[in-house]
Design a binder for this molecule. Structure first.
Ligand SMILES: [Zn+2]
Ligand SMILES: [Zn+2]
Length: 302
């Protein structure tokens, strides 16, 4: 199963005419995982045609408005569009209070259950097929980076080999994928003779609004895709330091150190109408860098 990542908003702090506020939609099979929900995310989400009633989790990095002012609108609209399934919201301390106070003041009249959970560094989701871990970034307020790591998948089943061994299609094929050895007509058949080696799971890390730091580098290690704060170019390095952000080349050093497959520059300051210099600076350090426009989709496969 490949992962598809749609950048709903790639700007930061304030939008400009080219970039919306931060939000990344990860589609994993039928499930949706949304990282941050800046104002206007609901419109981008609709445009992405992601579906409104799927299993869905929203991860909020921190409680700066550009990352979460889109939540009330999103919840309101999902309800209008007929969502009935539970939706889980995960974020740092304060997220429960935020959702509660919105509900108290504007009455969301949500037609679906909303569960809100405050988390800290460590494992925050343990799904049968993947886990999500969080680590603290280095920003003005507590800010979490998240990494989704798929659990190893079983090896590929080879039907040609199975037939050659005289094993008929049906429940025996399933058993061969489940058990290391089966007995068929008095013969012992090893699973590994028809099933390939286990396949590694994919990994994606989302780290915004952070200075380059050890915790995030460690969290991101081995990711297929790292989405990292790249607010500024090198000429604004002081600004990046002062406001708890990273330059594009700092993000590239993190990517290099963490040995990731690909780096996506993200949370681009509204002061850049043309962000190409950021890409150029980053690629000097880490060539496998991309800079997506809003609504662009990237596929990650093994
Ligand atoms: Zn921000
Ligand atoms: Zn922030």
């Amino acid at each position: 199963m490949s992962l598809s990542v749609t950048f709903l908003g790639t700007g930061g702090s304030v939008p400009n005419k080219f970039r919306n506020l931060p939000s990344v939609l990860l589609r994993r099979g039928p499930e949706l995982l949304l990282f941050d929900c800046g104002e206007g995310t609901q419109k981008q989400f609709l445009q992405a045609k992601a579906g409104t009633n799927r299993k869905m989790r929203i991860f909020i990095s921190h409680l700066h408005g550009d990352h979460m002012f889109g939540l009330p609108g999103m919840l309101h609209s999902l309800s209008f569009m007929g969502r009935t399934r539970e939706l889980e919201i995960i974020g740092p301390t304060g997220i429960v209070q935020f959702v509660k106070s919105v509900n108290r003041t504007v009455r969301l009249y949500s037609r679906f259950p909303i569960s809100v959970r405050e988390v800290s560094a460590g494992r925050v989701v343990n799904d049968p097929e993947y886990e999500v871990r969080a680590a603290w970034g280095k920003h003005g307020i507590p800010c979490l980076a998240y990494a989704l790591q798929e659990k190893p998948k079983s090896g590929k089943f080879d039907p040609v080999k199975a037939r050659r061994l005289g094993i008929p299609e049906g429940p025996l094929w399933k058993r061969l994928q489940k058990f290391p050895v089966i007995t068929f007509k008095g013969r012992r058949i090893l699973s590994r003779s028809v099933v390939g080696p286990p396949r590694r799971g994919l990994k994606l890390t989302y780290a915004v609004d952070t200075r380059p730091c050890r915790e995030v580098t460690r969290l991101a290690t081995g990711s297929d895709l790292l989405i990292h704060d790249s607010c500024f170019d090198e000429s604004a390095a002081k600004k990046a330091r002062d406001y708890g952000h990273s330059t594009a080349s700092e993000a590239a050093y993190v990517a290099k150190k963490a040995k990731v497959g690909k780096l996506a520059l993200f949370h681009i300051s509204a002061m850049y109408e043309d962000p190409r210099p950021l890409l150029k600076e980053a690629r000097r350090v880490f060539p496998h860098t991309i800079l997506c426009t809003d609504m662009e989709t990237v596929h990650i496969s093994p």
